[in-house]
Design a protein around this ligand. Structure first.
Ligand code: FAD
Length: 417
């Protein structure tokens, strides 16, 4: 059977897939291979995880959850899904600071691409990494921890520095979240009062198809200290939804996390979708551009101005906010960002025809494409967007001089030129 991305839009070309069951076996696989790439849960939409030799999946390793309450960290094997980790953590009274829209994604795979949720004060998931145990090109195990000189280059590393056998994440005491959805937010209010809107909850997402005068849905997630949550009747002219909603109009919300302001554990509210609904191969494609927060309103307007091109191939877009971090290849490196996400129809040629124009429209706003989603990068000029670009390239050259972990994607977008 052909191994593909979750969306089925890309078939991996690597001739071999290895599934070690222990870290020792993983080290042996890497030591014995000329070319290796780590494979997570295959939720990328491009060839980022692929390679010319062996793909190594960590799904056969037990999660091996080690909670260190004194240090406020948890360590898990890299292939562990966030949803699995979250259940362990919550049962023990702990939490991670945020989650992506889907809990099925592996920790190491998410961290490698700067995967994020939403929240003005919330940095991406990679920012919670306190340490990594990386299997290097010779199969050796290397511990890199916050405070080490190269650490900020080693976290969002696109799989180019080795295989993260174990990942250590910061944790905090478990907390409750209430999720509310409002509908029909006037675009004029969204643009004029954007900062007030995104500050109105701990995590705010706008769902839109860019057409018309109103943003279709606003999802707001609020930490609830004492278990009680006051529902907001009006949100800058948007009204509360009168029942649970799926972000896509007309779709049954049964797979979505609880809404209507009912407080519940963080891991059952922060993702938009429930862990217990195993998503089938997705009939969708995705792209996302992280623009500098200072340009957010202009960027939103620029996409609205080209809605006639975008809307025909779009299912829905999501707008999220991400706080700044210091990880060299993070899409939020150095400044706060606003993510303009596009869930496309599964029409790859038509989507790829729109991307260059979309990237041209977003170019004035320093738009950094999400590493794991579809983007064009026509001019191969991502370097201008990342102040520590050359440091990352030097780190790869030093760590992996024989190119064991290199692949076409990393060559094309990062190392070439
Ligand atoms: C339905 C859906 C919803 C999504 N929601 C969000 C979202 O809310 N926010 C967001 O930012 N993104 C989101 N994404 C994108 C997704 O989070 C990223 O593409 C993420 O990188 C996928 O992780 P993965 O485990 O599937 O990794 P893969 O796609 O398998 O691999 C991704 C990269 O990680 C590397 N990697 C994997 N495992 C390891 C390891 N053990 N050591 C070193 N490198 C490793 C791979 O080599 C590759 O470079 C979504 C994707 C889908 C399909």
């Amino acid at each position: 059977m052909t191994l593909t991305t979750w969306a089925g839009n890309y078939a991996y070309r690597a001739p071999q897939v290895a599934s070690p069951r222990t870290v020792d076996e993983l080290q042996e696989v890497v030591a014995g291979a000329r070319h290796v790439r780590a494979l997570g849960t295959r939720h990328c939409f491009n060839d980022l995880a692929d390679g010319p030799g062996t793909l190594v999946s960590l799904e056969g390793l037990a999660p091996d959850v080690v909670l260190d309450e004194a240090a406020r960290t948890v360590t898990v094997t890299g292939g562990t899904r966030y949803g699995t980790l979250a259940r362990h953590l919550h049962a023990a009274g702990w939490a991670v600071h945020n989650l992506a829209s889907l809990p099925h994604i592996s920790v190491a795979g998410a961290v490698a691409t700067a995967t994020h949720g939403s929240g003005d004060a919330s940095r991406n998931l990679s920012s919670a990494v306190a340490a990594l145990d990386l299997v290097g090109p010779g199969g050796e195990l290397r511990h890199v921890a916050r405070g080490d000189a190269d650490f900020p280059g080693a976290v969002v590393a696109l799989g180019a520095l080795g295989v993260a056998a174990r990942v250590t994440l910061d944790v905090e005491p478990t907390f409750l979240v209430a999720q509310e959805v409002h509908v029909d937010l006037p675009w004029s209010a969204a643009l004029d009062r954007f900062d007030e809107l995104t500050a109105s909850a701990d995590s705010v997402s706008l769902f839109t198809d860019w057409t018309g005068d109103a943003v279709q849905q606003v999802w707001r997630k609020t930490r609830v200290a004492d278990g009680a949550h006051a529902l907001r009747a009006d949100l800058l002219g948007a009204r509360p939804a009168d029942g649970p909603l799926h972000p896509l109009p007309g779709i049954d919300p049964v797979s979505c996390t609880q809404q209507l302001g009912v407080p519940g554990p963080w891991h059952e509210r922060l993702p938009h979708f429930r862990l217990e609904f195993t998503p089938s191969n997705g009939d969708e494609l995705q792209s996302e551009y992280l623009v500098a927060r200072a340009h957010a309103v202009a960027a939103l307007q620029a996409v609205r101005d080209m809605s006639a091109q975008v809307a025909p191939v779009l299912q829905v877009s999501e707008v999220r906010t991400v706080a700044a971090d210091d990880l060299w290849l993070s899409t939020a490196y150095g400044d706060a960002r606003v993510g303009l996400h596009f869930t496309w129809k599964p029409l790859q040629p038509q989507v790829e025809a729109v991307l260059p124009a979309l990237e041209e429209a977003l170019r004035p706003f320093d738009a950094r494409p999400h590493w794991g989603k579809l983007f064009a990068d026509v001019d191969r000029d991502l370097a201008r967007l990342y102040p520590r670009w050359d440091d990352f390239r030097a780190l790869v050259a030093r760590t992996d001089p024989d190119g064991v972990f290199r692949n076409d994607f990393v060559d094309r977008h990062v190392l070439r030129g």
